[in-house]
Design a protein. Sequence first.
Length: 536
Amino acid sequence: MQERVFGRGVGHRSALRPEVASDTRLDVETLRSALDERLHGTAAFSAKSYADQPIIFTGSHLRSYTPGPIAHARDLARDSEALRHGEAWTFLRQARFLADFEESYDFSGNFSRYFPTYEAMSNDQLRGYFDWRCRWRHEKEPRASVSFVYLYAYELIHLVGVPDATSAWQELRRLRRAYGPGSDRMAANLDRWSDDLVVYYGLDPHLLQALAHREQDAALLALSQCKTCPSEELFDALICLSSYRIEESSFYKAYPSDFKQVAVETYRAIADHHDRHLKHSLLQSYFGVSVEQDYQMFGNAVFADPLHPDHADFEVDPLDHFYCRCGRWSRKRYVGNLHPNRKLGALMKTIDATMRTIYDFKRPLKAPVSTKYVNALIVHHTELLLDERREAKGHVVCIDRSKLREIRANAALTCKRLIVAQESDEEEGEGSLSAPPALAKATVDAPSVLEVQKSESAGQVPPLLTSEERDVLCTLLEDDSLKELERKHHIMASLLIESINEKLYDTFGDVVIDVQQDRPRIIADYEQDLKDMVSI
């Protein structure tokens, strides 16, 4: 039995730790090869090749999933800086961060809220909004809730997602065309925000012309410049601001040009009367005075006032101004043209009623304005119009070619009679150097063409003349007063004179009553013929 030695004596080795010879030391590379062989034989190291695999989300996982940009925007609303500002400032900060974010998301829910913001929306609703915005920006017009449209409009008025203010205005007008017809309230808000955007960012005032109140302001400006404004433009302004719908008047439909001329000239005359004799102008009397009132820029919208202007002036037109003083906006304009004007409507109705009476129109109308000088001006300008019409007709020469054949026949008959009479006289006095008395008498007494025509018509009143027209004609021939005749028979002599000239034109080839003088007169050349005609 081998002896075991314990202790640390020199030259003694422990039997439990035999010394390995240096030539039998393990090779590291050999050990590694052995380990690799053994590992490759296990199931973990098979011949299968691996690739990227999608992570499958369930429906609940998708609904709760928050994209990174949205999550960061949520954090912006909760940091210490957001606590020092209001909701509008937080919205602007989030909107600028998410300006270029796009999402492709199938949103089947609904979102409806007054003053919508990102914070008021769930992740599902917010992703649905960004999906709609992405398609809208790619020139599509998908269906959208009202709140989506408003939220995008809020971005535009802050110039989020657009290069400049003009592009923002164009996008607002595009929203108005696409979604405005389905909602009157939305259309009104988009119209106002488009208008406010032009003023706030100082764009061209002509961009305001598409809005409803701009038409009224332009009409009011035309009335303020009535002396120099073209008649057609002035009449359009009267129609725009009047509460009386003259387009529906039966008299206007029958005499549109007459009514336009009288209405325009009457308004100018009344305005001149106010300027000369009254304290207030006609514009002030009808529409009040220009008033400066506080104005809320982008009302009914979430607006953070990104420019913070301290001082600004914007002139829409000479009657409409915007001012900003120390960050507060105001607007100075005539507040009386916000609705159809009743005073102007009463004037238009009075013109209609008065002209119906003068024209003896079949449907009379009661005049609401009883002011004497107003009614006198309406009558005056109506009579001027009728006088101009009569004067224009007096210079027109009309030839009735159907009468030429009859005139030629009468002339031929007269000529034949003269020739026959001359031949008979020549036979009786043949060889004589001087004409006998019979020839001279025949030559003098031979009727002319005019005398033949007069003899045929003498003593005959054309059947087309009415009894009233005959009375007017007799009054003029006897140099009596037409005014007395008008008062007695309740007639308008001017209209009857015009009718007489028309009816007798075929007989005389000319007007028989001259209306260009201070009063109507019978033309002297036809006076005796007319007396014979009416047996005076």
